[in-house]
Design a protein around this ligand. Structure first.
Ligand code: A2P
Length: 408
């Protein structure tokens, strides 16, 4: 007896061995098909419509797990909640319509033919990233070798440059990747705190070549988005670290928000606040390579409340003008009108459009979730103003790994 094609489905699952329980999938699912208990994050087979919205934001790829199953045998939420690992793919040899393609390939093909995508591919020349080298059960132990305040004395925010040394442990990262920090202790329910993700602020060789270290840009969270007082667990833990303290680190993560490696590539970077971390990593990588004369231009739009609130303001000001075109946008300078990165993009519309239209340009946007729409709109307006067809350009930019967005 064979199973009818309509009876076989691709069931969306989450790999409990890789998942770091960061809640990103549950937050991003538009139809609340993802839920969790203290053990696992799981997908409700009765709700999930395979829209793939959750795939790109997942830092580990645990979300990108699929099994072909007979419809009547789909794994229930209750079953998934008990798993320590994913079950093997069941034999479906008799099933008419069971695909011969591996499920991952099938998903990509299905998404592509539906005109949507999971994560954007990385730039074609990006180096190959390592991911998931250290899971939560076996974190790398890093030692703090520096914790420097980046914001000025009078600044309202405490943003820090924290340098972690990995000693003898191999922890390879690329610019644009993130790592997970496991804060010590437990939450109000007595469960271990879930990991928090931070973008690496150093280039791939670390803060200093031949030192096995990397830096993070961390803002002490002492209020929520509405300005109510709240003490961020991981950010306060990190900002209070002293030299010699140790930190449990998992990861690295990220296979998309990576920089191009080929000579002549241009970078258009837009960020606010600590969204500057990956931009600092990429800029520093390129700065160290200036003597190689590889060409390509850098343009940066950087938003902060005021100069004293802007991480890396001093070092940025010292970069050669012919190396990077920097455009600051300050929103709370007394006596000056509020300015956002999107306002600066509009002011520089002609240059921005010219850069985006260049097939060698790669766009990176990182920072507050709120800026996502405004920046996209400003880029669209800048391009349209210069006679470019933004609506046709954007899907191409994404498909070519030339448009990367990371907001929080
Ligand atoms: P604002 O003064 O309106 O808060 P933060 O210091 O909170 O990390 O924010 C970094 C910068 O991003 C600030 O200048 C902040 O301005 C600005 N910002 C806030 N909302 C947006 C938005 N929707 N688009 C662009 N920039 C924004």
């Amino acid at each position: 007896m064979t199973t009818a094609a309509t009876d076989v489905v691709r069931q969306h699952l989450i790999d409990p061995e890789i998942c770091i329980r960061c809640n990103t999938c549950e937050e991003s699912c538009p139809i609340d098909a993802i839920t969790h208990d203290e053990r696992n994050y799981v997908v409700n087979p009765g709700k999930c419509d395979n829209c793939n919205v959750c795939i790109a934001p997942c830092p580990t790829g645990a979300i990108d797990s699929w099994r072909q199953v007979a419809k009547v045998e789909m794994y229930s939420i209750e079953e998934q909640l008990k798993w320590d690992s994913l079950p093997p793919q069941r034999e479906l040899a008799d099933a008419e319509g069971a695909s011969e393609l591996p499920p991952e390939v099938e998903r990509i093909v299905a998404a592509a033919s539906a005109g949507q995508g999971g994560a954007s591919p990385p730039p074609w020349s990006a180096a190959h990233p390592y991911v998931n080298l250290y899971p939560a059960a076996k974190p790398a132990v890093a030692t703090v070798s520096g914790n420097f305040r980046l914001t000025g004395d009078g600044a309202s925010s405490d943003i820090r440059h924290i340098v972690l040394d990995f000693g003898q442990a191999a922890f390879p990262v690329l610019e644009g990747q993130t790592i997970g920090i496991l804060p010590p202790g437990t939450d109000a329910q007595g469960r271990p705190h879930h990991p928090r993700l931070y973008s690496v602020a150093s280039p791939r060789e670390g803060e200093r070549p031949r030192y096995n270290n990397l830096a993070l840009t961390v803002k002490r969270v002492d209020e929520d988005h509405e300005g109510r007082p709240v003490k961020g667990v991981a950010s306060n833990f990190l900002c209070d670290l002293a030299k010699g303290d140790t930190v449990n680190v998992i990861g690295p993560y990220g296979t998309s928000f990576l920089m191009p490696n080929h000579p002549g590539a241009n970078l258009l970077m837009v960020c606010t606040g600590t969204g500057s971390a990956p931009m600092r990593a990429m800029t520093e990588r390129r700065r160290r390579r200036i003597p190689l004369k590889e060409g390509g231009s850098l343009m940066l739009f950087f938003g902060a409340r005021a100069p004293e609130e802007l991480p890396y303001f001093g070092p940025l000001m010292k970069l050669p003008k012919d190396f990077i075109d920097i455009n600051f946008a300050f929103s709370r300078v007394p006596g000056e009108p509020k300015c956002y990165v999107q306002d600066r993009i509009r002011e520089r519309a002609a240059d921005v459009a010219k850069l985006v239209a260049d097939p060698n340009t790669f766009v990176y946007i990182c920072g507050l979730k709120g800026m996502e729409e405004g920046v996209a709109q400003a880029l669209a307006d800048a391009c349209r103003e210069q006679g470019l067809d933004w609506d046709a350009m954007l899907p191409t930019l994404r498909a070519q790994g030339r448009y990367h967005l990371e907001t929080y």
